[in-house]
Design a protein around this ligand. Structure first.
Ligand code: PLP
Length: 443
């Protein structure tokens, strides 16, 4: 072969190996890709802000690890009772220092976010107490925890009553109504940062700070619990910086950084956290027991990665809002709104649209990309739910995932992405599925 011929051959191979070429091989049409690049072009400033927050939070986490002199020994696990597990115990100090709280309980024995919240409530309320949600209806699964929907073992069965203050029309706290709702028996006020499966806006840390100050001024004895699911590291501050007595979340969301294989955390006052510890294990045993097995390293490394993973997820969410809004889909938050969590809701208005979106997210996954998501009656939810996730950690929602209940307005709640690149691909794949089904106007 001539030198020229060889060069031409090399050139031909190189042409195939462009980003655009890979997208095309992965089923993204040139038209969709062109729209994508236009959208991305407008997002540089927003992305830079997310990177800045990640930078600050990265330092916060490293500082907490250094302060607690984390070393290789901390990655050794424990078995059996789990006595003297320095890795587990010091991880709790690292969480406390990251969230700027007196104490924290971070355990793999806390099975999920609902369990962490249920534990925080059950451990700190006593028969005759009342809890009040001051951010409206709580997350679906908490309805059974509280007993809003009658359920075996609910707080209601233990004689703990519940009251609810709706958010105002614009999604802000209704301070007058909160004042009126506080009764002598009120022992705990709950605030949910993220919208969950609702289409209200998620609350900012500033708004939460104001609500905490308001309640504490009226009633310093009331425990404030914040459901922080999906909110961690979205901001440089956390609700715990403003006096929340308990800040609660799941390790298979933001703070686990995608590496934590399970678990939940409660960061807060010594008093509240101790109550949670004895409730999680047993009175008298408390936090002294609970083997960490082999997972300490993943929990530390996941927390270390969490700030940048969260930034990647935020980029994906903003990209999705900007892409879909352009084609007439209502997005919550909208394309330009400030972010208070990593969740992006997109309303499709039809079951078909919601299903296609989820199929696209699934088809873009590194794991289980070949399966088709189907709606099912998931425990804890009162209507069928469709979920898309091809994750390394089952059910992890810091990994790229989408879900939505099969009822009006047929909104997909989309979140996560361990890398921005994967989030982008998933969103494009979902967009392509809708386009192929003729569900995108103007295409
Ligand atoms: C995910 C979530 C929960 C519950 O977490 P699970 O781990 O799914 O049990 C609670 N509240 C909010 C706002 C959530 O996003």
């Amino acid at each position: 072969m001539t030198e020229q011929g060889r060069e031409a051959q090399i050139q031909k191979i190189l042409e195939k190996y462009t980003t655009q070429g890979f997208y095309e091989q992965m089923g993204i049409s040139p038209g969709v890709l062109k729209i994508s690049e236009e959208v991305c072009g407008h997002l540089k400033e927003r992305f830079a802000q997310f990177d800045q927050t990640a930078e600050a939070n990265q330092l916060k986490v490293i500082g907490a690890m250094q302060k607690n002199r984390i070393s290789a020994e901390h990655f050794n696990g424990s078995t059996g009772y789990g006595y003297n597990d320095a890795g587990r115990d010091d991880l709790e100090k690292v969480y406390a220092d990251t969230f700027h709280t007196e104490d924290a309980l971070v355990r793999t024995q806390i099975t999920c976010g609902t369990h962490a919240l249920s534990l925080a409530l059950g451990a700190n309320l006593r028969p005759g107490d009342e809890m009040v949600s001051i951010s409206g209806k709580p997350y679906d699964t908490l309805e059974e925890v509280i007993g809003i929907r009658p359920s075996r073992g609910s707080l209601a069965e233990y004689g703990i009553t519940y009251n609810q203050v709706e958010l105002k029309e614009d999604g802000s706290f209704d301070f007058d109504a909160i004042r009126n709702a506080l009764r002598p028996r009120t022992r705990l006020a709950a605030i949910q940062r993220s919208k969950g499966y609702l289409t209200r806006p998620s609350l900012s840390v500033d708004q939460i700070a104001e609500a905490i100050a308001f309640v504490k001024e009226l009633r310093p004895d009331i425990i404030i619990m914040v459901d922080n699911c999906y909110g961690e590291f979205v901001d440089v501050c956390e609700p715990s910086d403003f006096g929340a007595d308990m800040t609660v979340g799941s390790l298979i969301k933001n703070p686990g950084g995608g590496l934590a294989p399970m678990g939940g955390y409660i960061a807060g006052t010594k008093e509240c956290v101790e109550n949670c510890a004895v409730r999680l294990t047993s009175p008298g045993l408390g936090r002294e027991v609970g083997a960490s097995l082999e997972v300490n390293r993943s929990l530390y490394q996941g927390l270390f990665l969490a700030p940048t993973v969260t930034a990647g997820a935020l980029k994906g969410a903003v990209f999705a809002a900007n892409l879909f809004e352009r084609f007439g889909f209502r997005c919550i938050p909208d394309a330009s709104e400030r972010r208070n969590d990593i969740i992006q809701a997109i309303e499709f208005g039809t079951p078909e649209g919601l299903k296609r979106f989820c199929e696209g997210i699934q088809a873009a996954a590194p794991v289980d990309s070949y399966v088709t998501p189907e709606p099912w009656a998931m425990p804890g939810y009162d209507s069928d739910v469709i979920m898309a996730a091809g994750a390394f950690i089952q059910g992890s929602s810091i990994e790229l995932s989408a879900d939505g209940p099969l009822h009006e307005p047929y909104a997909a709640y989309f979140q996560g992405g361990l890398t921005w690149e994967h989030a982008k691909f998933g969103i494009l794949k979902a967009f392509q599925k809708l386009a192929d089904a003729g569900l995108i106007r103007e295409l």
